[in-house]
Design a protein around this ligand. Structure first.
Ligand code: G6P
Length: 496
């Protein structure tokens, strides 16, 4: 029933993202097959594209020798929300592999990712990366314009183009220019899924003006929280000299007024509850589990987290043999050097801590470097005593939300969240822990492990209620409504 009541834009919406909601792979026979994503964003947005007169433009995860090779339909066994996304609704953009590498591994993940997470020392600034970024954005924008031209002309409302994330901050500019030249009416919306940094960090990027101009080509720019909105407004004023209204979050640019909005993303709450209700128990009941689930990324504070756990075992030996940490680290961006180095560092640190404390019947850390199924994940979330979400910086962090959705046991466990994640701003009843302060972080874990039942129940009730209300459907609706493009199923039926 996810998003069944939402139809976009009285008809037309084009979603533009770096990745399509599925990747293409070759099977043994050499045929292309889809591998669907089950992410929350896809779950929320795919039905809007499917139900409405929509299209999805993005990279299919594979370089095709023949760009006209047809995209396969979904496998009949596919039960993910993208299963209903017919190939005719998908535009798979092909980008030259050398350009793609400098765009994705270079500019996106070796420059913007660290910079926007306020870690400029990890960022590489290269003209070659930037030129590839400009070109990839142009190619994706060109495909979007072709898609716009293909939409039926007799729709009652102006089509909406919804651009996603830091990979595509320039695309809006080319789309607006072409749409104006060709006289194709459209509304442009952008959402950034990562933090937007303060001006003194953002200005380090040599082409920062162009980035702002790209985003300001849109009618509305959305961020997770008010701080990121204010950072963006500040950059527009200080870099470009735009007139801004901080109270109403407005930026004047090129004779237009761009709206800036905080729109915190949620998760498909009920889906996680259902998974948690059905998943069999996999963790043993004899030890308390402290759970961490992250892409293996240096922004997630994994090294700090392990050191805090080590401190806990040193300072509170009563937890020895009674508590274990389960850390799931999902491989990510493995072609980027920083990610390869972090993998090495984590392997060594886990080995050192386990070597120090392991007894014949117990190891302090269970470390999984790989993916786990949604069912297994829901069981871990449900049966863990403590959920540790302690990034150094994070746009929102959906693990914190998935954890509380799955905490259906009474009494529940405890969520610990970093104040430097968007989730830390809104999940007030979690224990807040500064990951940089290792000694204090270990004390917060101790507090979570020893928290009385009634306090755990109270905190978790509030946390779950909020995430249930502000789920990912609510986020999609908020975005469409801020774009003036929200049409519910009822309205749609009325329209006929
Ligand atoms: C973050 C970004 C997403 C991205 C995801 C996974 O959440 O905001 O846009 O898709 O990380 O990273 P990847 O590089 O594998 O797409």
């Amino acid at each position: 029933s996810v998003n069944a009541d939402v139809v976009a834009s009285t008809g037309s919406m084009i979603v533009v993202s770096n990745r399509l909601p599925f990747v293409l792979q070759r099977n043994k026979e050499g045929n292309l097959v889809r591998k669907s994503s089950a992410g929350g964003l896809v779950t929320a947005v795919a039905p809007v594209v499917i139900n409405g007169n929509g299209l999805w433009v993005g990279w299919p995860g594979i370089h095709l020798d023949d760009p006209n090779e047809p995209i396969p339909e979904s496998d009949p066994s596919d039960i993910t929300p993208t299963a209903g996304l017919k190939s005719e609704k998908v535009v798979a953009v092909q980008i030259d592999p050398v350009i793609f590498d400098a765009y994705y591994n270079g500019c996106c993940n070796a420059t913007f990712w660290p910079l926007f997470h306020s870690m400029p020392d990890r960022a590489t600034f290269k003209g070659e990366y930037w030129r590839a970024y400009v070109r990839a954005n142009k190619e994706i924008a060109d495909c979007t314009i072709t898609a716009l031209k293909s939409l039926p002309k007799d729709m009652p409302d102006v089509p909406l183009v919804w651009i996603h994330d830091y990979h595509l901050m320039l695309a809006g500019n080319s789309i607006r220019q072409a749409a104006e030249e060709l006289d194709i009416p459209c509304k442009l919306g952008f959402f950034l899924h990562i933090p937007f940094p303060p001006w003194d960090i953002f200005r380090l990027f040599p082409w920062s003006d162009e980035v702002l101009q790209g985003m300001l080509a849109c009618d509305m720019v959305g961020f997770h929280i008010a701080d990121y909105c204010l950072n963006f407004v500040d950059c527009c004023q200080r870099n470009l000299g735009c007139r801004v209204d901080r109270k109403n979050l407005l930026v004047e640019h090129g004779g237009r007024t761009v709206r800036v909005r905080p729109l915190p993303i949620g998760i498909p709450f009920e889906r996680f509850v259902e998974l948690a209700e059905k998943a069999p128990r996999v963790l043993s009941t004899t030890q308390k589990i402290i759970l961490g689930v992250d892409r293996l990324d240096y922004t997630k504070g994994l090294v700090h987290r392990l050191m805090a756990f080590e401190k806990l075992l040193e300072n509170h030996p009563e937890h020895l043999e009674k508590v274990s940490m389960l850390q799931i680290s999902v491989p990510s961006r493995t072609d980027v050097k920083e990610y390869q180095e972090l993998k090495e560092e984590m392997d060594q640190l886990v080995g050192r801590i386990n070597g120090k404390f392991t007894t014949p019947n117990w190891s302090p850390i269970r470390y999984i470097y790989g993916c786990v199924s949604q069912n297994e994940l829901a069981a871990f979330y449900r049966d863990a005593a403590v959920g540790l979400v302690t990034p150094l910086r994070d746009g929102m962090n959906l693990v914190a939300k998935e954890f509380v959705a799955c905490q259906i046991n009474i009494p529940p466990g405890v969520l610990i969240v970093s104040p430097f994640a968007g989730a830390g701003e809104t999940m007030h009843e979690a224990l807040i822990s500064n990951p940089y302060e290792i000694e204090d972080a270990s004390e917060v874990i101790h507090r979570a492990l020893t928290m009385p039942e009634d306090e755990r129940i109270l905190r978790m009730n509030y946390l779950r209620r909020r995430e249930k209300l502000n789920d990912v459907n609510y986020w999609t609706k908020s975005f469409l409504s801020a774009m003036g493009s929200l049409v519910t199923q009822e309205d749609h039926d009325d329209v006929g």
